[in-house]
Design a protein around this ligand. Structure first.
Ligand code: 5GP
Length: 191
């Protein structure tokens, strides 16, 4: 997605050889117009998939996920990383090791919002080693729902997550794939 790549080039900050900071439009301050375009792009790519629900993980997956839900006219569910007083019974859970925070969280979704009739699109802001996506796939499996694909705003192609998922036959659509962050420079994979 050209617009997204332009914004990444203009506003992304290379923190190290494997971490990109995008706080000014995706991870802290949100650019609603860009989120709208992202929602349209994903909705276009997955419009034939019969999606009934969009599933993401708090917090940075939520803004793009909502825009896709809006475009497709389906609800958006986000997995919680912390236990909540109101989220106690009938939970689907999975363990996720966070690439950026270096900690393991148990993520959870209420059984009320995901069931065997659902056709689910998984959305996240970044794809690195694929832990977050795998956690969400585990939750979909427990719900006996169907995974139709994974939509990622920024994939880091030099980390293994995306290619491993594709090798397993999972449809992964990434709007920008970064080939390298070396030498403080952002290079995209040619499509
Ligand atoms: P994975 O689970 O695929 O290893 O990592 C994906 C998760 O880690 C995403 O949900 C995202 O929040 C975070 N993440 C991974 N790499 C980066 C990065 O380079 N920059 C930012 N801002 N977040 C990242």
């Amino acid at each position: 997605m050209e617009l997204l790549k332009q914004v990444i080039m203009e506003k992304g900050k290379v923190l190290s050889e494997d971490v990109l900071k995008v706080d000014s439009f995706l991870n802290h301050q949100i650019d609603p117009e860009l989120m709208k375009q992202i929602g349209r792009e994903f909705a276009d790519r997955f419009k034939e998939a019969g999606i009934t629900k969009v599933l993401t993980i708090e917090s940075s997956g939520i803004p793009p996920a909502i825009m896709i839900g809006l475009e497709l006219g389906v609800p958006v569910v986000f997995a919680r990383k912390r236990k909540s007083l109101t989220l106690v019974d009938d939970l689907l859970t999975a363990k996720v090791h966070s690439f950026t925070k270096k900690e393991t969280n148990e993520i959870s979704v209420s059984k009320e919002y995901l069931n065997e009739e659902d056709i689910v699109l998984v959305i996240d802001d970044f794809l690195a080693n694929g832990q977050a996506v795998r956690g969400l796939m585990e939750i979909i499996k427990q719900a006996k729902a169907t995974l139709t694909g994974v939509g990622i705003v920024i994939e880091k192609g030099f980390q293994a997550g995306g290619d491993l998922l594709r090798e397993q036959g999972v449809r992964v659509e990434s709007l920008a794939i970064i080939e390298s962050l070396q030498h403080n420079q952002i290079t995209f994979r040619e499509e």
